[in-house]
Write a protein that binds this ligand. Structure first.
Ligand code: URP
Ligand code: ZN
Ligand code: ZN
Length: 487
């Protein structure tokens, strides 16, 4: 009888901390042994010449989600998780998105009904809070946090999602009390609306004006405001999908001052610019996301932020909309930038893009790549060390990479349901060739080996990252000394 269910031999294992030559023995879906000369496995995998990395965790993706404008994502939980797995990701954390008037508890139930029978890899959920009623804030949210939904996203823009500063403070106060993490979409709503209105008044409705209306100053201002709101209550926040150099600078400065401010960025801010949105006709709609890709200088600022630790996580913000009336172009040829569904696909290419352009080009070392794409996600969202590392006792979620494999990207080789890719024609070096989730092979030799619904729901714990820094601002300290604990 074999000693292990699976043994992976002769590979180079890299975690966020170390790179080593060792074999991995897996029993019952968990890493049982790291070492050499391991006993036999029922399944033996030879990883000679390959890298063995923790499976990626994509902690920002939109799956089977209806946008506030009523447009449904092109991917359901099957196609999205299959695409994720082919790209080396073994855990996704999409959103259970509340629309105004909805019970948050019911929203979560609906997302489970969608995900549970379809996901092929493991998943957790963040919440999106767009309607912070007394019932939601006083009862549903605290109960959901205790049930393992320990992070939630709030929006400072979009007509039907936007919260004002007072509502943001209410939500931050609940997060602080319960130990949850708040993710912030930071763009100044009124600046965007004002610019968009004027542009449309002048007949400028082409996709390129999306990037003009979502000005970089609008991102910088809102990022600064979010940081100050978080500072007022001494509660950590994560700024998601950061694109502008102005926002990177605000986050970096806040971190330098000792505030617990975290940053996330995405492939579109490294590999796309506003020139892509300016492609002829409506083609640019394929590249419209918020905040938008900007320019070479912004790309450089984002790369620097990945290198110097300003960003902890690199996620896809996969928000897949088809290039037709069901998605990007609700009014066909007459669609203006204001009505283009916002978001780009990227769940499958997130890791290959960063590996090829980051690790292979010498911009990031392998351990930083692992931190940014897996380990830090698990730590931020309370899944570590079950997920996000290769260690005895951790789930056997690994991606075996051929670091030299060259691939030319075309939509046809991808597994999502979008029909195009913003990265068409790019040549990448390095690809995950075998992907394993809890000891199960999910992708091998370019084929899917997992069945619908075989992914498991992961309740998230409370993470260290969400704990207050313990530095109250003088006014709140004074209020507390006066007998009024305001948070
Ligand atoms: O444009 C984007 N990023 N769409 C997805 C929704 C969001 O705000 O993350
Ligand atoms: Zn957002
Ligand atoms: Zn998003």
């Amino acid at each position: 009888m074999s000693e292990y269910d699976v043994v992976i031999r002769n590979g180079t294992v890299a975690t966020a901390a170390d790179t080593m030559s060792c074999d991995i023995g897996v029993t019952d879906g968990v890493i049982a042994t790291l070492g050499t000369h391991l006993g036999e496995g029922t399944r033996e995998i030879d990883a000679s010449g390959k890298l063995i990395l923790p499976g990626g965790i994509d902690s920002h993706c939109h799956i089977e989600q209806r946008s506030s404008a009523g447009v449904i994502c092109a991917d359901d939980f099957y196609s999205a998780t299959v695409a994720a797995a082919f790209g080396g990701t073994t855990t996704v954390i999409p959103f259970a998105a509340q629309h105004r008037g909805q019970s948050l508890r019911r929203v979560v139930e609906e997302y489970h009904e969608a995900a549970d029978p379809k996901a092929v890899i493991d998943y957790a959920f963040h919440l999106i809070i767009s309607d912070p009623t007394e019932q939601v804030m006083g009862q549903e949210l605290p109960a959901l946090i205790r049930d393992g939904y320990t992070s939630f996203k709030v929006y400072m823009t979009y007509d039907l999602l936007q919260l004002d500063d007072r509502q943001m403070l209410d939500i931050l106060a609940v997060a602080r009390r319960e130990g949850a993490l708040v993710m912030v979409h930071a763009e100044n709503h009124d600046m965007i609306k004002w610019l968009a209105g004027r542009l449309l008044d002048h007949g400028l409705g082409a996709p390129r004006y999306h990037a003009v209306s979502h000005a970089r100053l609008a991102e910088g201002e809102a990022t600064n405001r979010a940081v100050v709101l978080s500072q007022l209550l001494d509660v950590p926040i994560l700024l998601v999908h950061v694109s502008a150099a102005e926002a990177v600078e605000v986050i970096r400065n806040a971190q330098t001052r000792g505030l617990k401010i975290y940053g996330e960025t995405c492939p579109q801010y490294l590999f796309l610019t506003a020139d892509d949105i300016a492609k002829p006709g409506l083609e640019g709609a394929k590249f419209c996301c918020s905040p938008p890709p900007r320019d070479d200088a912004a790309q450089r600022a984002v790369w620097t932020g990945l290198r110097n630790g300003t960003f902890q996580v690199f996620s896809s913000d996969h928000a897949p909309y088809r290039y037709d009336a069901s998605g990007k172009l609700p009014h066909g040829e007459k669609t203006t930038f204001k009505d283009i569904a916002n978001g780009v696909p990227g769940i499958e290419l997130r890791l290959p893009l960063l590996f090829s352009e980051g690790v292979q080009q010498g911009r990031l070392d392998l351990n930083a790549f692992v931190s940014l794409t897996s380990t830090n996600h698990a730590k931020l969202y309370g899944l570590y060390p079950k997920k996000g590392t290769i260690a005895v006792g951790s789930d056997a979620d690994v991606a075996i990479w051929d670091p030299q494999r060259e691939t030319t990207i075309t939509a046809g080789i991808l597994h999502d349901n979008v029909g195009y890719t913003p990265y068409e024609g790019r040549r990448l070096r390095g690809w995950p060739v075998t992907v394993i989730s809890r000891g199960r092979i999910v992708v091998e030799d370019g084929k899917l080996a997992a069945t619908r619904g075989s992914g498991a729901f992961l309740p998230c714990g409370l993470s260290q990252a969400a704990r207050p820094a313990g530095v109250p601002v003088p006014e709140l300290a004074f209020a507390a000394a006066s007998g009024a604990a305001l948070v």
